[in-house]
Design a protein around this ligand. Structure first.
Ligand code: CU
Length: 501
């Protein structure tokens, strides 16, 4: 028996795989839709908070709602100050933000500020629980460069479902360079948020979340693409050069984004800030949790379709074959951009960008392995349908809220060696830090991955080394999380926690 075959049997059980595969792949194929881009792009509300000098207060209410993703069909949703998703919050480096989060969804939740450096008590991870009916306050100073961050539920064993229903939004940071950059920056005009999510729907219009066992293994994939909560919309571009702030806000789907005419675009920022100079690409892979800011030249005034291509996922062994059979790795239209009425932009693609200084590797004190794996230990865990399993691990251990996995020293910088010995890719995310990618299997990182990041995709059999600084906050009691940002993997235990002391 080959190694991959043995792993496959460990995960699925010898007899079960053949029985489970055909119905699911058939139903996915039958539901394939062709979009006519008849919906209009939706611009999320912009919330600058209530400002007094450098103190900015945001009032956020987690709420239940109904959304009509399809005409005449209502879907039950979660949102923040909205039925589905939340506003784009915006503040500046140096501001102290005070976020009041009121929970009115009727169940416990949390709200995590993804990508921020902040005190552990303000992080919004699974320890900062907000009981139904209560309000939680997070206050912290913004001490990092201009970037496109986001916020989302981080509920213990419930992150996947709450985010899927809509508990997420974007958070922009500006800095002293924002107005000095020669970049489009007018919200809703030439600077546009694009939150990409895939969803599955039941016949009655409700979201379908986690049915069959393979979905628990791969994470939840849907066959309908939502952009800012709208099914495959058309964006009527107002300018001939636009900046798209792309967030993969999906639970598990990895995208391989490109335009239908293969026109180039220019990546100007990754997760946590601008790159040294724009990187010309014609496709970009974006894993759950990752962001990319791109400039798109529309001066030919021809409508273009943003798609995700096949080949987004690198897998090995039987799991790879299975993912192909289930059609998770396939082409989707995401959004149409129609620039026929666009005004000429005064911006051009800049040669260089005012970017954050790179981190120095010379003062790294510790090299720490981070081994991600998914292997079934009990055999029946996945079949049982529960959310607690021992099969999703980092360094051989599944998440335990009572166990602090390790501590790091405040002011130190570490090298983390993130590896993946499973058959599926895993996007690895660390709270409280902006890290730098050193190498992928010993090779230099891709040009667009050379800025500061908080999430990095690690493919099967890959080792990615990252340089991780712990700059400011020490707290021996309250931990930060590190985890796979495939939310189903996270919920099933591919997560750990560390303190800064
Ligand atoms: Cu994972």
């Amino acid at each position: 028996m080959s190694c991959s075959r043995r792993k496959f049997v460990q995960i699925f059980g010898a007899g079960a795989a053949g029985l489970l595969l055909p119905p699911l792949s058939a139903s996915l194929l039958a539901k394939e839709k062709v979009s006519s881009f008849s919906n209009a792009y939706a611009l999320p509300p912009l919330d600058n908070g209530k400002r007094q000098g450098n103190q900015v207060t945001f009032n956020l209410t987690m709420q239940r709602g109904k959304m009509s993703f399809f005409p005449g069909v209502a879907t039950s949703t979660l949102g923040i100050n909205s039925p589905y998703l939340g506003p784009v919050l915006r503040a500046k480096r140096g501001d102290t933000v005070s976020l009041n989060v009121q929970n009115r969804i009727g169940e416990e939740s949390t709200l995590h500020w993804h990508g921020f450096t902040l005190p552990a008590v303000a992080d919004g991870g699974p320890h900062q629980r907000i009981a139904s009916g209560k309000t939680w306050n997070a206050t912290f100073q913004i001490r990092q460069p201009a970037s496109t961050l986001w916020y989302h539920s981080h509920q213990y064993h419930g992150t996947g479902e709450q985010v899927y229903k809509g508990m997420a939004g974007l958070f922009y940071i500006d800095d002293e360079n924002t107005s000095r950059q020669s970049l489009p920056t007018t919200y809703g005009v030439d600077d546009l948020p694009v939150v990409i999510q895939d969803r599955a729907f039941q016949r009655n219009g409700e979201f379908r979340y986690l049915g069959m066992m393979p979905e628990r293994m791969q994470g939840m994939h849907g066959d309908t693409l939502l952009i800012n909560g709208v099914v495959t919309p058309t964006l009527k571009a107002q300018k001939t050069l636009i900046r798209l702030r792309l967030l993969n806000g999906s639970n598990a789907r990895i995208y391989n984004l490109a335009f239908h005419d293969h026109r180039p675009f220019y990546v100007i920022a990754g997760d946590c800030g601008l790159l040294a100079s724009p990187v010309r690409m014609n496709r970009i892979r974006l894993a759950p949790g990752e962001r990319a800011e791109v400039l798109v030249d529309l001066s030919d005034r021809s409508p273009v379709i943003l798609k995700t291509l096949k080949g987004a996922i690198q897998t090995t062994g039987m799991m790879g074959m299975m993912m192909n059979r289930m059609n998770n790795d396939r082409e989707f239209a995401i959004m149409q951009i129609d620039p026929r009425q666009a005004e000429s932009s005064s911006y051009r693609i800049p040669g260089v960008l005012l970017h954050p200084a790179p981190l120095s590797v010379t003062n790294a004190v510790v090299t720490r392995p981070m081994k991600m794996n998914m292997a079934m230990m009990g055999g029946m865990g996945m079949m049982g349908g529960g959310s607690r399993h021992d099969g999703f691990t980092i360094n051989g251990r599944s998440f335990d809220r009572q166990r602090i996995d390790f501590s790091v020293k405040r002011g130190s910088t570490e090298i983390w060696e993130v590896s993946n010995s499973s058959m599926l890719p895993h996007p690895f995310h660390v709270h409280n830090v902006q890290f730098q990618v050193l190498d992928r299997n010993g090779r230099p990182p891709y040009a667009h991955e050379r800025g500061l990041k908080d999430t990095i995709l690690v493919n099967p059999d890959e080792v990615v080394r990252i340089l991780v600084p712990f700059r400011y906050y020490a707290d021996s009691q309250n931990p930060y999380m590190y985890h796979c940002h495939n939310l189903e993997h996270e919920d099933q235990g591919m997560m750990g926690q560390f303190t800064v002391v």
